[in-house]
Design a protein. Sequence first.
Length: 308
Amino acid sequence: MKTGILLLNMGGPDSPDAVRPFLYNLFKDPYIVNFGVMQKPLAWLISNLRAGRVKKAYKKIGGSSPLKNITEAQAQKLQDALGDGFFVKAGMRYWHPFIEEALTGFEGCGVKKIVALSLYPQFCSATTSSVVNKFKELARGKFDFTVIDSWCNYPDFISAWASQIESSLEKHGRDCLIVFSAHGIPVSLVKKGDPYVSEVKTTVKAIADKMKISHWRLCYQSRTGPIRWTEPSVEQTIEEIAKSGIKKVLIVPISFVSDCIETLYEIDIVYRKKADSLGVELYRVPSLNTSAEFILALKNLVIENLGG
C-alpha cells in the first residue's frame, strides 16, 4: 500500500479572476487575522477593496501566481525521487488545488497513511498552524498521518540555500552584501510567543555558519495594514546600505521556498526600483523551487519522518 505525501502551502490566484476569491479565502481565515463575528463580512470587504491593486501587481509578473505550478512540479520531482510506494500531491489552503482536493485524490488511490509536509520551513502560527490544522481537520478519522511543521535548520535545507547563494555570488560578484529577507509578521504575534522570528534567525545563522559569511543583514518584507510589523523592513535596510556606501546587494528570500508575488514582484520589481533610485545594484538569489538540492532535502525529511 502506498504512502501519501502532501506538500502544504497557501496557494495563489491562478488567473486574474481568481484574485478576489483568493483574497476572500485568505482574510476569512482567523489564523491570518481574527475579526471574530465579523470575519466573513470584513473578509468580503477587504478582498473587494484590495482586488484591483493586487491584480495590477500580478499583471506585472504574468497575471497570476506561479505557486500552483511550482508546487505541483515539486510534488512530481519528489515523487520521482521517492519512487514506488509513494503518491505525492500539493494541497493549498486558499486556492486550487485545495487540501480537500488532494485528500480526495489520495482516497481514490487507496492511500491510508499520509506524511503532511508544510512548505513553511520556519513555523509561524499565522501560516503553519492554519495549513496544518486544516489538514488535520480534514484527515482525522480518514487517514493515519504525521506532520512535518518545522525544519528551519534541517541540514539539507541549509545546504540547498548555501548552494543557491554560492552560485549567485559567482554570477554577481563576491563584493555583494548578503541580505536575508523573510516575510514579516505582526509584532503582536512575537510578543505572544510565536517562534517564527527565532526560527528565521536560526536558518540565517546556520547558512552564515556553513558558508562562513561574517557580514550580512536580516530584514522583513510584505508588511500590510497599520499595525506594527517586524523590523527592519527591506526598504529601511536598503536605505541604510545606500548611506553606508555599499553598492551591491544580494537578497536571499529565506522564508520563501518557491517563487511567488513576494519574490517576483516585491523583491524583483519594487525593492529593485528602490535600490536603483539610491544607486545600489540589487540582485536576488533564485528561490529553491525544484532545485535538485531542495528536492533531496524534501525527500530526506520524508524518509526520516517515516523512520528511515
